[in-house]
Design a protein around this ligand. Structure first.
Ligand SMILES: *Cc1c(COP(=O)(O)O)cnc(C)c1O
Length: 374
């Protein structure tokens, strides 16, 4: 962050045009082309005021310079695009399935080879830093919420020209700033917490190096991976309330995780804030807050977990995360996620009243037909 201003104030004040007579909020700019002369000529090359506002806000939070994209995946693909032919990519064993798919598709076309490393295998990551051209971390991971030792991995000597990137979507730039730990790249799927309302797709990639910044801008321009004008407007509007949304939702998440952990029809509860989580200590060291995502296993098999989703009335049975509304989904039902426990539900806690959320969850869990009642 440029100015010594608190995160909450930065979120509200950054990315505004303060010249007299300017609108308080950067309006959407539905323009492909501009009158030639000075300044912008064409949006895909030269951007829009809305992109710049979003990039200023998120860049300030992450502590670097940002490039906005049409989606989180568009930004991640632009990073993979930087790799020379025959590169080595190190990827977490537990990671966003879109990134795993992208890595696999590139490998099958001979563009790179992929090595999967367990999130907690710090020695394995340190070793990969010496040989890989792209070291890709996701912490906390999706959906097991495992926390990687960012300081140890980022401090390891890297192969010349290697890029170390961190998917920071689950943490948000409020709870974690990977660039300050020594990462080269931090990624946000704006679709999630930054936007916060399940009404847009967007991505932001933040870097420290000027050459990488220029290369990512070029990759966006050449691939046409540009964010939409309305989406950017909504993302800026959404991010203004990130701090209050996150504060409320993660307080509720802690309460719900504690109660789920004691529920008779729940066998495992994973939340980095629980002392029982395998990487709780790393989470305490590294994260400012434990986030809003919980994954838990319903007693029984997949049908029991599906029945919980179907029985909820307040919590939305939907994919994705990081929005004002709570959403829940059985992850092993998704293609490519079959390795997960069959009855694992991923819950993204929203900003509803926590007692209402608990009433909804508890009722749905108690009504699972296959599960013996108390
Ligand atoms: C959603 C998500 C992405 C992809 O973002 P899109 O905006 O859907 O392209 C990447 N990483 C994580 C951790 C995500 O949750």
């Amino acid at each position: 962050m440029g100015d010594p201003v608190s995160v909450e104030s930065w979120l509200v004040s950054a990315g505004r045009d303060r010249r007299p007579g300017s609108p308080l909020n950067v309006p959407p700019c539905p323009a492909s082309n501009f009158v030639l002369g000075e300044g912008r000529a064409y949006s895909r090359d030269d951007g829009t005021p809305g992109w710049e506002a979003l990039e200023e806000i998120v860049g300030g939070l992450e502590g670097g310079s940002s490039v906005s994209f049409a989606s989180g995946m568009a930004g991640i693909a632009a990073i993979f695009d930087q790799l020379p032919a025959g590169s080595v990519v190190a990827l977490p064993d537990d990671c966003y399935q879109g990134v795993a798919g992208l890595a696999k598709a590139g490998q099958s076309r001979g563009r790179w080879t992929v090595h999967r490393v367990a999130v907690t295998d710090t020695a394995g990551w340190i070793e990969m830093c010496g040989v890989a051209d792209l070291i890709w971390l996701e912490s906390p991971s999706n959906p097991l919420l495992t926390v990687a030792d960012l300081d140890a991995i980022c401090a390891a000597p890297r192969k010349r020209g290697a890029i170390l990137g961190v998917d920071n979507t689950f943490a948000t730039p409020i709870n974690q700033r990977p660039l300050t730990h020594g990462a080269d790249v931090a990624v946000q799927s704006v679709t999630k917490f930054i936007g916060g309302h399940s009404d847009l797709l967007g991505g932001v990639v933040t870097v420290r190096d000027a050459n990488l910044l220029a290369a990512l801008r070029q990759a966006r321009e050449l691939a046409g991976a540009t964010p939409g004008t309305l989406e950017t407007f909504l993302a800026v509007r959404g991010v203004r309330t990130l701090a209050v949304r996150l504060e409320r939702a993660q307080r509720s998440a802690m309460t719900l995780a504690e109660r789920l952990a004691r529920h008779p029809n729940v066998t495992v509860t994973r939340y980095p804030g629980l002392a029982s989580h395998p990487t709780h200590e790393a989470a305490r060291r590294q994260l400012k807050g434990f986030g809003t995502i919980i994954s838990f296993d319903v007693r029984g098999e997949a049908p029991a977990a599906d029945a919980v989703c179907a029985g909820l009335q307040l919590i939305q049975h939907a994919t994705s995360l990081g929005a004002v509304e709570s959403t829940i989904e059985r992850r092993a039902g998704i293609p490519g996620q079959e390795h997960l426990p069959p009855a694992l539900l991923r819950l993204s806690v929203g900003i509803e009243a926590v007692e209402d959320l608990w009433t909804d969850l508890d009722r749905a869990l108690r009504n699972v037909p296959e599960v013996p009642r108390e």
